[in-house]
Design a protein around this ligand. Structure first.
Ligand SMILES: Cc1cc2nc3c(=O)[nH]c(=O)nc-3n(C[C@H](O)[C@H](O)[C@H](O)COP(=O)(O)OP(=O)(O)OC[C@H]3O[C@@H](n4cnc5c(N)ncnc54)[C@H](O)[C@@H]3O)c2cc1C
Length: 467
């Protein structure tokens, strides 16, 4: 705490702070504010940073004030929507934070099936607002993830195979830029910026509003199928998931079985292959699409039924509790037997019972968008693979938990390539580059040069401006 006061006194005089406070409609939260300790924290409980100030913006005007203040006082600037950044990039030591969590309004136009959404809204907020109209957007798998960070990285969600990425359903973005302008980027306006915002992350400005095209999704066939954890089952899943009926998106977690009511008690805590399923379309077609999955092995337990789409988030609720985390992820076309064996072996030798290896079958609508249409370009890959360690107590040995992830990743990486910017941790510059093919990275650096030449927005998976 002392550290912050020093930074604040040295770099910011009280007159400048008072002027900022007068200018904004939202809240300016300083280290002596009783709300500060909660406001500085993010979902990853191992991230313990002390910003000099937090602008909890009420609107786009406040966002611009935050940007201008950071620029004028040469303050590192973090941007926060839902706070789920794995490496805690949405907070900072000694700098400023523009916190968009209050900017969470959602306005649905049922006639046009569109939604105007502020970045602090979450996946569950949008799903809940759109549900009464029988509409939905494919966002992530977890309720609390912010649409700000999720959308700008791409958004691999519950119906990515049926309706593409979140950005494939994005019509326009309102953005506050480094020079304090408020622009609308779409296919018709600032098309270069619109391209970059669809996968380039928070590099180009602060998104203050999104316009999404919603899809007619009310009820889905959704649930969980728990299969035995074996090399044969995993191989079967890898072949099946990217080729399944396009209405079906699956997310498979190799994990310890949680104590769910529909799972026999003796299975609780055992290693299993837990496949979450979400089918968009008639339930009987969905059941047929699931038959090959059920045929891989006798399920240990199953709970699949027609349900309102927002209920899908119940299956990932445990992961949304603030926690310590470490992740490595990438794309693959398949996994060879030795990588699968390494995964099974690591899962038998976990440092935390909450660690998982996640496999997602891709393809479908995601793959039909040309690779150069958006900054997210890994569209032809069959699979997404993520190794995730999770622990609840920040006092636990984080280095040990992280080593479990990186050691296993070293064994899996030869089968994978590329990565997804939203699943990057503190992987380093080279891995940020891996998130984009070379030509995409160069084009992003060029757009960065035009919209943020001084790299004001650098507390992110950073793409430096092209010189
Ligand atoms: C439990 C969990 C489940 C997840 N599941 C999925 C999933 O199913 N699919 C998927 O695609 N991803 C998933 N993710 C990854 C998630 O999409 C990213 O972590 C995303 O960046 C989080 O967004 P946020 O707004 O919550 O995070 P924040 O920490 O607030 O933001 C992350 C970064 O995004 C940038 N940013 C955020 N908002 C803005 C804005 N308005 N303008 C400019 N830049 C901004 C900033 O650079 C910031 O550092 C998951 C993450 C977690 C922790």
């Amino acid at each position: 705490m002392v550290r912050v006061h020093v930074v604040t006194r040295e770099r910011l005089n009280s007159g400048a702070i008072a002027t900022l406070r007068d200018r904004i409609f939202g809240d300016l939260i300083l280290p002596d504010d009783p709300r500060y300790d909660t406001a500085r924290r993010v979902v990853n409980v191992t991230v313990d940073r002390y910003p000099a100030l937090i602008v909890r913006a009420a609107d786009a005007y406040d966002v611009i004030q935050g940007i201008e203040f950071a620029r004028e006082h040469d303050l590192p600037l973090a941007v926060r929507s839902g706070g789920h950044s794995a490496s805690g990039l949405s907070t900072t030591d000694g700098g400023g934070v523009v916190d968009l969590s209050r900017m969470n309004a959602i306005d649905i136009d049922p006639e046009r099936a569109t939604a105007q959404v502020q970045p602090g809204a979450t996946s569950a907020d949008l799903a809940g607002h759109a549900q009464p109209y029988g509409l939905a957007l494919s966002t992530g798998d977890s309720a609390t993830v912010g649409l700000g960070g999720l959308t700008l990285g791409g958004g691999i969600g519950w119906f990515v195979r049926a309706h593409g990425l979140t950005i494939d359903n994005l019509r326009a973005v309102e953005v506050a830029t480094a020079d304090g302008r408020l622009l609308t980027a779409s296919a018709d306006e600032h098309a270069d910026l619109f391209w970059a915002l669809r996968g380039g992350g928070g590099n180009f400005g602060i998104a203050t509003r999104f316009e999404f095209q919603l899809r007619p999704v009310g009820t889905v066939l959704g649930g969980v199928l728990i299969l035995p954890a074996s090399r044969e089952v995993i191989e079967g899943y890898l072949a099946y998931a990217p080729q399944a009926d396009e209405g079906l998106t699956t997310i498979a977690d190799l994990m310890r079985v949680p104590p769910l009511p529909f799972v026999p008690e003796e299975q609780h805590g055992e290693l299993a292959f837990v496949v979450m399923v979400c089918f968009v379309g008639p339930a009987d077609e969905g059941q047929r699409a699931l038959e090959p999955l059920r045929a891989l092995a006798t399920p240990i337990a199953e709970m699949v039924a027609p349900l309102p789409y927002p209920e899908m988030f119940a299956f990932t609720e445990a992961g949304t509790v603030p926690h310590g985390g470490s992740i490595r992820a990438g794309f693959a076309d398949t996994l060879p037997p030795d990588a699968i064996d390494a995964i099974l072996d690591a899962m038998e030798n976990q440092t935390s019972p909450l660690g998982i290896v996640q496999l997602r079958g891709l393809g479908g609508a995601l793959a039909r968008v040309p690779a150069d249409a958006t900054a997210f370009a890994h569209r032809d890959r069959a699979l997404f693979v993520a190794i995730v360690n999770v622990w609840m107590d920040p006092a636990e040995d984080a280095a040990m938990h992280r080593a479990w992830v990186t050691n296993l990743w070293d064994a899996v990486w030869p089968a994978a390539s590329g990565t997804y910017v939203n699943f990057l941790d503190d992987d380093g510059e080279e891995r940020i580059h891996d998130a984009y093919p070379d030509a995409t990275f160069r084009r992003l650096a060029d757009v960065k040069r035009r919209y943020d030449p001084d790299n004001l927005f650098r507390l992110n998976q950073n793409i430096p401006p092209m010189p």
